[in-house]
Design a protein. Structure first.
Length: 410
């Protein structure tokens, strides 16, 4: 029975890891699967091109919730334009799965016609805005040539990082270089107090499974306040920043054009986790566990086993993300003190009816480690997990009290 449980637990851990990795790697990108488009690089325009930033509003599918963007180069003579899109990957690549698991995704810059790109968002009902940049002819030509060089097969691939190197940051960096670094110098000194966690959770919005997985899986690095330069990893934030900036007394954006009206839900608002509500839920679950322990030890054992398995499942996943992947924003996650793989020990002790192991393991898992989580919350590098502590601490206390030496019963 133990071997069977361990095999099932291993399967659940792998599935959960893949789920967390999938959502993490989807952030702020618009991956288009299977049919990677042919590069469409025509001759450079004879006149200085018109450069724009095209921002796509969030969609309904979970990987679309962060929005998307692309750089647009338009020939002022013919009116034809190309989109430089940094959001492509090839799931058929031989090393795709291993890179995916390690958090080392390989994305690439691909070139489409603007109408081809728009057709996707038109079909999905997503809004699209164009911001034409106020670049001098010389800088517009330089940016056009840089994008053409970047789109060559030998230069098109890059190591994708969901917060720091994605489709939006690539667009941001290209525009910043075109303006001689003026964007970064202005945006780095400003902050709205947003964090990587707050943006990830906000944009997950009504996909509750995605919202809570992001919040559970992100470590303390995600709680550092971002500058406006850093928050531009979100396409919508980048569009807002560009609209606010001036360089040499002139606005960065020469004009804004709505290409497609947004027909889906409005943009998400900032998340608000009320820890008192979480504490109430945790207290109710804890009281239920103690009631079950008194009334039906077998019913308690089944319920506690589900909780112990969930703790160990998520704990193993968080530990895996920290120690064996490149997901550095999941490193040193303080939720490991609350959800720990060691939760398997009291579960095994309960079903083997080993009172000594049950007392020792429950003391460790349900008292010592959660207390560490509380102290870590007040450390020099805190993690915004007060709501998780409020939810899980009453459950840990109830499990510890229920595992004190008493008769197992039938």
């Amino acid at each position: 029975m133990t071997d069977c449980l361990l095999r099932r637990l291993t399967t659940w851990v792998v599935c959960c890891c893949l789920g967390l990795l999938l959502t993490a790697n989807a952030m702020a990108a618009e991956p288009i699967a299977a049919d990677s488009p042919t590069q469409r690089l025509a001759a450079a325009p004879s006149a200085a091109p018109r450069i724009g930033v095209m921002t796509m509003r969030p969609g309904n599918i979970f990987w679309e919730r962060f929005g998307h963007d692309a750089l647009v180069v338009q020939d002022p003579v013919t009116g034809e334009s190309l989109n430089y899109n940094f959001g492509f990957f090839d799931p058929t690549a031989p090393d795709f799965v291993s890179r995916f698991a390690r958090g080392e995704m390989r994305y690439q810059l691909a070139v489409l016609t603007t109408e081809q790109d728009l057709s996707v968002y038109r079909a999905e009902g997503r809004g699209v805005q164009m911001q034409w940049l106020n670049l001098s002819p010389e800088r517009a030509r330089e940016l056009d040539q840089a994008l053409r060089l970047n789109a060559q097969p030998q230069n098109a691939f890059y190591d994708y990082r969901y917060f720091t190197d994605n489709c939006a940051t690539r667009v941001r960096d290209a525009v910043d270089r075109a303006f001689g670094g003026a964007l970064r110098s202005q945006l780095e000194s400003r902050s709205q107090g947003l964090t990587y966690r707050s943006e990830a959770v906000r944009l997950a919005d009504d996909a509750l499974w995605m919202r809570y997985l992001f919040d559970l899986g992100l470590g303390p690095q995600a709680d550092r306040p971002m500058s406006r330069w850093e928050e531009s990893f979100v396409p919508g934030r980048l569009a807002t920043a560009l609209a606010d900036l001036q360089v040499d007394g002139k606005p960065v954006v020469a004009g804004t054009q709505t290409l497609l009206e947004h027909q889906l839900r409005p943009d998400a608002t900032d998340p608000n986790f009320q820890w008192l509500y979480w504490l109430l839920v945790g207290a109710v679950v804890g009281a239920m566990l103690l009631w079950l322990r008194r009334r039906t030890p077998r019913g308690f054992g089944i319920t506690a086993t589900v909780i112990w398995l969930l703790f160990s499942l998520f704990g193993a996943t968080l530990l895996y993300l920290w120690l064996f992947t490149a997901h550095n924003f999941a490193f040193a996650n303080r939720n490991l003190w609350l959800m720990n793989p060691l939760a398997l020990l009291p579960m095994l002790a309960w079903w083997r009816r080993n009172p000594r192991l049950l007392q020792v393991s429950s003391l460790l898992v349900h008292v010592i480690l959660p207390v560490v989580a509380v102290f870590e919350f007040w450390s020099l590098l805190p993690q915004r997990n007060a709501h998780w502590i409020a939810l899980l601490l009453p459950i840990h206390v109830a499990l510890y009290l229920a595992c004190r030496p008493v008769q197992w019963g039938k």
